[in-house]
Ligand binder design. Structure first.
Ligand SMILES: [Zn+2]
Length: 533
C-alpha cells in the first residue's frame, strides 16, 4: 500500500495530461508491435500472417488474430514484408570487432548473432578476449570458437612437424580451458599455417576434447581444389572418430578440373550422416573466394613463414620448384587457369593495385599474362609485404547444388568492415540479402522458407543456442523485417563497399538496430558463452 498514493496521483494526472506518461513502459503492455507481417518463423514451417509483440528483450506474443496497436509504445507496419528471426552467421571474422563494435556491415544484412574464430583463428587468451569484447558494447550477439592454428602457433610456432606428447597435452588443455570459458567448439584451417603441418591424429585428439564438452568441429578443409575429396573425407573421419558434430565450412569446389564434384561431396555427407556422423555444411553465395595470396604457394615452401619462404627463393633449385608449384595452382586450383581470375584486394604497399587482377599487374609491368608470370608476381607480392586476393575459380552449378542441400546453412565468411577499408569480398556486405534476392527470388534455387531456415534455426541448432534462431513466444527478440520484393545485395567485386537494400528493420535483443533501413549504433548485442547464455 506504500505506493497507493503516488499511483493514484499519477492516474489522476494522466486523466488530464495523457501525454505526460506517454511512451513510458508503465502505460503499455508492449514496447513494440510488428503488425501485419508475413511470419517465417525459421522452423521450416509455412509462412503465416501474424502480429508480433515485443517486451524488453523477448517476444511475448505471436498472434494470427490482430493485436491491439494501442497496447504498444511503438508500432511497425510490416504489411507486405517478411518477419523472420535474426540471421545466425556461423563463420564470421570478428577480429575487427574492437575497432568496429557496432558491426554495421553485418547487422545491416540482418545478422543478429555471429560466431567468430573460424578457420583455426580463434582468440587466445580466450576468456580475456571475451571480456574485452563485453566491455566495448557491441551491435550484435557474438560467440567464439577456439582455433587450432592459434593454439598450435602458441605452443609450437610455425614448425612443420608433429607435436611432442607434452605439446599435444598442452594444446588439449587449451581447448578444454576455452570450452570451459564458453567456446562453442573448435575450428581448424588445415590449408593455412601452421594447421597445414598437422596430421589427422593431432586434429582428432583436439576435436575429442571439444566434443566431450558438447562443442562441434568446423573445418576449412585441407584442400578445396584437386584434393577436395580427400579434404572432405578427412573432416568426416574426424567427426566419426572424435564423435562430435562437424561442419564443412564455406563448402566449395575450387578450380576448373574439379567443377561438378559437389555431387560427390554431397553424397559423401549424406552417407556419413546415414552412418551416424552429424555432418553439416555452410556456404557463402558467390563463385569467388577471398584469402591471402600466399594460398597459391605450396605449403612446404611456407614452413617457417614468409621470411623462410624468401630465404628458399635465394636457392635457384628451390626457387624453381616453388615457382612451378605456384604456376600449377594457378592452372589447376584457385588461379582458375587465368590471371584475370585472381583479383588483388588489400595491397598495403600499392593501393593502385587494389581491385586489379594479376593479369592487369602483369600488363602494367610489360609482362606476358602466363601462369609463370603470375607465379613471379605472387612471390613479389609476398616480398613487398603480402596481399589478399579474390579468386574467381568456382562454378555456378556447384554453388547452387550445395545451397539446395537440406543440411547446408548460409554463413558469410565475412570480416567486419566499413566503407574505405581496402577492397573486401562483397560477401562481407551482401551474403544474406544475396541469398534472399538472387538465389531465392530471381534464380528460385531454394524457397524463401528454406532460405530463412538455413540462416536461422539450422545454425542456431548446430550451435545449441538458447531461445534464439526461431520466432517463438518467450524467445529472444532477435528479428529481421525484410521486403521480399526488393531485398538484394549491392556489393560487387568492383564496388564492394555497398550496404544491401530491403533489410528494413533489425532488432537485436528487442532493440531497434536498423530502423527503416537506417543503422542505429545502439549496441544491444551480447557475448554468448556456451552453457552461460
Ligand atoms: Zn576459410
Amino acid at each position: 500500500m506504500r505506493f497507493a498514493v503516488p499511483t493514484l496521483i499519477l492516474t489522476i494526472l494522466e486523466l488530464f495530461y495523457p501525454s505526460l506518461t506517454l511512451g513510458q513502459r508503465t502505460t503499455n503492455d508492449w514496447d513494440l508491435l510488428i503488425r501485419s507481417g508475413t511470419v517465417i518463423d525459421g522452423s521450416g514451417g509455412l509462412a503465416f500472417r501474424a502480429d508480433v509483440a515485443i517486451q524488453g528483450d523477448r517476444i511475448v506474443a505471436i498472434s494470427e488474430a490482430s493485436l491491439d496497436p494501442d497496447r504498444a509504445d511503438r508500432v511497425i507496419d510490416a504489411t507486405d514484408m517478411v518477419v523472420s528471426p535474426g540471421f545466425v552467421d556461423l563463420h564470421t571474422h570478428l577480429d575487427p570487432l574492437l575497432r568496429l563494435p557496432g558491426s554495421e556491415s553485418h547487422v545491416r544484412q540482418g545478422v543478429t548473432t555471429a560466431l567468430g574464430g573460424p578457420d583455426g583463428g580463434g582468440p587466445w587468451p580466450f576468456k580475456a578476449h571475451l571480456e574485452a569484447v563485453e566491455e566495448m558494447s557491441i551491435g550484435m550477439n557474438v560467440g567464439f570458437l577456439i582455433g587450432h592454428n592459434t593454439i598450435r602457433r602458441t605452443v609450437m610456432g610455425l614448425e612443420n612437424r608433429a607435436p611432442t606428447p607434452s605439446e599435444l597435452n598442452r594444446m588439449k588443455d587449451m581447448v578444454a580451458q576455452a570450452m570451459e570459458e564458453g567456446a562453442w567448439g573448435i575450428s581448424t584451417g588445415l590449408k593455412y599455417l601452421p594447421g597445414t603441418f598437422s596430421e589427422l591424429e593431432e586434429v582428432i585428439a583436439l576435436a575429442e576434447v571439444a566434443g566431450r564438452e558438447g562443442g562441434f568441429y568446423t573445418s576449412h578443409l585441407r584442400e578445396e581444389g584437386l584434393g577436395l575429396l580427400d579434404g572432405v573425407s578427412e573432416a568426416l573421419e574426424i567427426g566419426k572418430r572424435a564423435e562430435l558434430p562437424i561442419i564443412l565450412t564455406h563448402h566449395k569446389v575450387v578450380g576448373q578440373p574439379m567443377w561438378g564434384s559437389s555431387t560427390r561431396t554431397l553424397a559423401m555427407v549424406d552417407s556419413a550422416r546415414e552412418a551416424g556422423t552429424d555432418a553439416m555444411i555452410d556456404q557463402y553465395p558467390y563463385t569467388a573466394s577471398y584469402t591471402g595470396i600466399g594460398i597459391l604457394i605450396p605449403a612446404w615452401a611456407m614452413a617457417g613463414g614468409n621470411a623462410a619462404l624468401l630465404t628458399r627463393m635465394n636457392d635457384p633449385a628451390l626457387a624453381d620448384s616453388i615457382l612451378k608449384g605456384i604456376a600449377f595452382n594457378i592452372v589447376n586450383d584457385r588461379g582458375g587457369n587465368d590471371l584475370r581470375r585472381v583479383q588483388l584486394a588489400l595491397v598495403g604497399w600499392d593501393r593502385t593495385l587494389e581491385g586489379k587482377t594479376l593479369h592487369d599487374w602483369a600488363r602494367r609491368e610489360g609482362l606476358a599474362s602466363t601462369p609463370e608470370t603470375g607465379a613471379r608476381l605472387v612471390i613479389e607480392a609476398i616480398r613487398r609485404g603480402g596481399a589478399s586476393a579474390i579468386f574467381h575459380a568456382m562454378s555456378e552449378e556447384d554453388v547452387e547444388r550445395i545451397m539446395a542441400h537440406p543440411f547446408t546453412m548460409i554463413a558469410s565468411d565475412g570480416r567486419l568492415t566499413q566503407p574505405g577499408d581496402g577492397h573486401p569480398h562483397p560477401r562481407w556486405y551482401g551474403t544474406f540479402p544475396r541469398v534472399l534476392g538472387h538465389y531465392v527470388r530471381d534464380r528460385k534455387i531454394i524457397s524463401i522458407v528454406e532460405a530463412v531456415r538455413k540462416m536461422t534455426a539450422l545454425p542456431a541448432e548446430r550451435l545449441g543456442l538458447n531461445m534464439r534462431g526461431q520466432l517463438r513466444e518467450g524467445w529472444f527478440a532477435d528479428i529481421v523485417v525484410f521486403d521480399p520484393v526488393s531485398v538484394a545485395d549491392q556489393a560487387t567485386f568492383e564496388e564492394p563497399h555497398q550496404y544491401p537494400v530491403g533489410i528494413n528493420w533489425v532488432l537485436v535483443n528487442g532493440e531497434i538496430t536498423v530502423e527503416e533501413g537506417t543503422f542505429r549504433d545502439v549496441r544491444a548485442g551480447r557475448v554468448l558463452r556456451r552453457h552461460l547464455h
